[in-house]
Design a protein around this ligand. Structure first.
Ligand SMILES: Cc1cc2nc3c(=O)[nH]c(=O)nc-3n(C[C@H](O)[C@H](O)[C@H](O)COP(=O)(O)O)c2cc1C
Length: 215
């Protein structure tokens, strides 16, 4: 299978939205990528269409993805290419389709299990598999709690293969005054690990504590 990105198009980041709670994390990551001038290949799982509806009210119809995403993300979609979840002949299903890597946000335990086991039950899982085999960055923003042992073992296995496991776990030391600030903190950490500059939160700059002043 061939399938190079469109001529004139730079290597995209593949963004997979799976059906975990926390679709707001995906919107924030997409905004960060687009604001940084990145190209995006978008994959939305069937279950994610349910969480999108539950959490945002959006009815995501693949035939009208552009309008829906534009409204939800609040950005132009000209740098985004959408691939249907069942399209196993899509670009990201092949290693010869060059990408910068993949971010699964939010990531379900099911997508983690599928990627860990090489199941490739749909395009999202296949793209994750391809990203790992091609040794490209794979970021998994897992949203589930508590975690069963098998998920922990799968995450350890994926981490051992080079995946970056990032539980959707906001820090409260930056701005924690709004839910959006907490969401942006997680999205900003995702962009940090793949080396993309962003303005999603103020990085920690250190400050003197009473303890260090006393030393
Ligand atoms: C409203 C809703 C919220 C869900 N939240 C989570 C979640 O936070 N984490 C998770 O792992 N699964 C969650 N699920 C279950 C997944 O959607 C389900 O396991 C699905 O099969 C995952 O498919 P996917 O990985 O192809 O998206 C949720 C399901 C629904 C309907």
């Amino acid at each position: 299978m061939t399938g190079r990105p469109c001529p004139g198009r730079r290597r995209p980041w593949v963004v997979g939205i799976s059906g975990a709670s926390g679709t707001a994390y995906a919107a924030s990551v997409l905004r960060g990528l687009l604001d940084a001038g990145e190209q995006v290949d978008l994959i939305v799982s069937k279950a994610a269409r349910m969480t999108l509806r539950d959490e945002t009210g959006m009815i995501f119809r693949p035939s009208r993805w552009q309008e829906a995403m534009k409204e939800w993300v609040g950005r132009e979609m000209s740098a985004v290419r959408y691939w249907p979840i069942a399209d196993m002949a899509a670009g990201p299903s092949s290693g010869s389709y060059l990408t910068k890597g993949m971010i699964v946000v939010p990531a379900t335990t099911a997508s983690v299990a599928g990627i860990a086991a090489g199941m490739s039950k749909d395009l999202l899982q296949r793209a994750g598999d391809v990203t790992l085999k091609e040794r490209r960055p794979l970021v998994l923003v897992l949203r589930e709690t508590p975690l069963r042992r098998s998920t922990l073992l799968q995450l350890a296995e994926l981490s051992g293969e080079g995946a970056i496991v990032m539980p959707a776990s906001p820090g409260f030391y930056s701005d924690s005054s709004t839910v959006q600030a907490l969401v942006d903190f997680v999205a900003g950490k995702v962009l940090d690990v793949v080396g993309i500059e962003h303005q999603l939160f103020e990085p920690w700059d250190g400050h003197l504590t009473e303890q260090s002043e006393g030393e």
